[in-house]
Design a protein around this ligand. Structure first.
Ligand SMILES: *[C@@H]1O[C@H](CO)[C@@H](O)[C@H](O)[C@H]1NC(C)=O
Ligand SMILES: *[C@@H]1O[C@H](CO)[C@@H](O)[C@H](O)[C@H]1NC(C)=O
Ligand SMILES: *[C@@H]1O[C@H](CO)[C@@H](O)[C@H](O)[C@H]1NC(C)=O
Ligand SMILES: *[C@@H]1O[C@H](CO)[C@@H](O)[C@H](O)[C@H]1NC(C)=O
Ligand SMILES: *[C@@H]1O[C@H](CO)[C@@H](O)[C@H](O)[C@H]1NC(C)=O
Ligand SMILES: *[C@@H]1O[C@H](CO)[C@@H](O)[C@H](O)[C@H]1NC(C)=O
Length: 587
């Protein structure tokens, strides 16, 4: 056994020497390249090596670096590899990389590339070749790298397309070229929709400019990377009704770099042409506040039958007790004497009544109960009435689309939301599809015949606007939503070479609190730029004071009682006096 292991060890050892001998065909080049790779690792760490092509020094070097390595000798993968952004690509030749897999290309788009040039390629043409593919992190070495130690690195924003770097000097090979774009244009297109993006004319230069929490972020980015904003107005083709959907499409077709707009995120299959989410919000309905109970109904609302029945029963019991205590027998009880008991009727209506003289203790007790009852019932009804007149009860809030079906409201939407609303359980005749301008006008004037979809961000401005009204008109429903979780990102070109810079900028601005500041100021900006008004859109208040016709129940009952009393009075006048005297005596 021991012999066997020794033989194995010897075999392994000699094989290693054998490999050393074969790879020593270009030992100096390999040593220098190894030094270069080590230096690249200190410049910016890489966690994966991806080697395209074979027959060059790179594959054998990778084993010495102890970094996971993927060898693609055929030059292309037909699998969706999820390479990390810290991948370093080594190509054995300019033609070696022939990647065609879209997803792999997307992943590798910003990766650094080191190319071993063989034959006589000019660095300039190599840089052109790669910049046509929108790849800018390119460095190359020629086969005589071991003699001269020169690395060529592509540079974008300067006269010469590349830079010659002496390996012994301490100059970075890959730099973040897009940190200073030297006035290069960023193609964009504004979607003027307050409060994200609002247009105004600069009073000094007369140029059209944009502010808002979407526009400001892009404006700041342009300043930060020393670029210029170039608005691609010719794309609009004089069309009026353009929206963020068009801008998202243009970005997906590589006609724009970054749109000054929200990106369409609803039902996207991939997010290649959308930035990292800028804001999270929801897309729900703003709904008119529920109706108040009309004043004319308040009087009937406070008189509820169960309470009346209870009062009636108490009335009867007290009346019976009163008669029994006075007469000390059940024979005096009759329907009329119980129901029309003089003391009880007056007492329950909170009127003064005569207290019989020489009344017993029990009678006094019952009379006291009558006094308490009268105070409690009248106070209760008075409090009830005044509360309801001050703040009439409101109808229940809508909590589901079934409530919308039953309500008097229709759903106003734009053509862009048709698909989304179709997936909700709402019948067709409840939905009104309007063009954007009409929709904007109705929603902007708080027309309370409709309910409107609105993003939480836009609702913030409506809410501030309502603060100026005599009373609020709408509320933002948290339950009736088109989309509970709405992502607001920017439309960007798929192969945008400075996507990471833009996203980092976005997060920094947000982290610093600028986004919140812009959001808080948005209603003020809208007012200043005449996108909103502080006009009160409340309908004239017809319902706020009590009018005579609101009291018809009260007057009706009053006159009915008066009529009844008159009839009794007339009857009394007409009946002979003798019968009355007899009756009075009997009582
Ligand atoms: C890469 O990620 C995608 C989705 O994120 C997944 O569908 C695919 O299987 C992954 N590829 C590999 C090789 O894991
Ligand atoms: C690179 O720099 C070293 C010393 O810094 C110098 O000796 C060498 O000649 C330079 N090589 C080239 C090609 O300029
Ligand atoms: C910004 O770009 C301009 C060219 O448009 C250039 O002159 C200027 O030096 C750049 N600024 C910085 C700080 O590099
Ligand atoms: C904008 O999009 C709408 C539909 O989304 C389309 O009908 C219209 O043609 C587009 N306009 C342009 C200029 O592309
Ligand atoms: C859709 O609405 C109808 C009536 O409006 C209701 O009967 C049905 O249950 C609803 N379906 C769902 C999935 O909510
Ligand atoms: C603001 O807009 C209204 C109509 O929307 C217009 O009548 C008014 O003149 C505008 N005011 C200013 C200062 O532009």
């Amino acid at each position: 056994m021991a012999w066997f292991i020794i033989i194995l060890l010897w075999l392994g050892n000699s094989r290693a020497q054998f490999v050393d001998i074969t790879s020593q065909t270009e030992p100096d080049l390999e040593e220098r390249l190894f030094g270069l790779l080590l230096r690249l690792q200190t410049e910016k760490i890489y966690d994966t090596l991806l080697i395209y092509g074979r027959d060059c020094a790179f594959p054998s070097l990778s084993s010495r670096l102890q970094v996971p390595t993927v060898l693609v000798s055929s030059g292309s993968t037909n699998f969706e590899w999820n390479f990390s952004s810290l991948t370093l690509i080594l190509s054995c030749d300019i033609q070696a990389e022939r990647e065609e897999n879209y997803r792999t290309l997307m992943k590798l788009h910003l990766a650094r590339r080191l190319i071993l040039l063989r034959g006589d390629f000019q660095p300039e043409s190599v840089c052109d070749f790669y910049s046509k593919k929108d790849q800018y992190n390119i460095a190359m070495v020629k086969e005589n790298f071991d003699q001269f130690g020169v690395v060529y690195s592509c540079r974008l924003f300067q006269d010469q397309k590349y830079e010659k770097i002496n390996f012994s000097e301490d100059k970075p090979i890959f730099i973040e070229q897009f940190r200073n774009m030297h006035g290069a244009p960023i193609r964009s297109f504004p979607d003027v929709s307050p409060p994200g993006c609002m247009a105004y004319r600069d009073p000094k230069t007369g140029e059209e400019k944009y502010i808002g929490f979407v526009a400001d972020l892009l404006n700041n980015f342009v300043t930060k990377v020393n670029a210029t904003l170039s608005m691609q107005m010719e794309l609009a083709k004089n069309e009026e009704d353009l929206s963020f959907v068009n801008i998202t499409n243009w970005a997906a077709q590589d006609l724009l770099d970054i749109g000054m707009s929200e990106a369409l995120s609803f039902r996207m299959t991939n997010f290649d042409s959308m930035s990292y989410p800028y804001l999270m919000s929801s897309f729900c309905f703003m709904i008119p506040l529920p109706d108040k109970m009309p004043n004319s109904e308040i009087y009937m609302a406070i008189v509820t039958p169960p309470v009346l029945i209870v009062l009636f029963i108490i009335f009867c019991i007290i009346s019976v007790m009163l008669i029994y205590i006075q007469k000390k027998s059940w024979r005096a009880l009759s329907v009329t004497s119980v129901l029309l008991n003089d003391i009880c009727v007056r007492g329950f209506l909170a009127q003064p009544f005569p207290v019989p003289r020489h009344s017993s203790k029990k009678l006094k007790l019952v009379l006291m109960i009558i006094c308490f009852c009268s105070v409690i019932t009248t106070t209760m009804y008075l409090a009830y009435l005044q509360t309801f007149l001050w703040a009439p009860p409101v109808d229940p809030f809508m909590t589901s689309f079934a409530d919308v079906e039953k309500s008097r409201y229709k759903m106003a939407i734009t053509t862009y939301d048709v698909d989304a609303v179709n997936s909700l359980n709402v019948s067709k005749d409840k939905v009104v599809v309007l063009e954007s301008n009409k929709f904007g006008h109705l929603r902007g004037t708080f027309n309370d015949k409709y309910i409107y979809p609105v993003t939480a961000v836009r609702w913030m401005t409506f809410e501030k606007q309502q603060d100026n009204f005599a009373y609020p008109l709408f509320y933002y429903s948290e339950t009736l939503c088109v989309n509970y979780f709405d992502i607001l990102g920017f439309p960007i070109r798929r192969y945008l070479p400075y996507r990471h810079l833009f996203e980092e900028h976005m997060l920094r601005q947000k982290e610093f609190g600028l986004t919140k500041l812009w959001l808080d100021r948005s209603f003020g900006d809208m007012l200043r730029l005449n996108y909103s008004t502080i006009k009160d859109f409340n309908p004239p208040l017809l319902n706020d004071y009590v009018e005579v016709h609101n009291l018809y129940w009260v007057f009706g009952l009053y006159f009915a009682g008066l009529a009844l009393a008159s009839i009794c009075f007339i009857q009394e006048l007409l009946t002979p006096l003798g019968r009355w005297r007899f009756r009075i005596l009997k009582l």
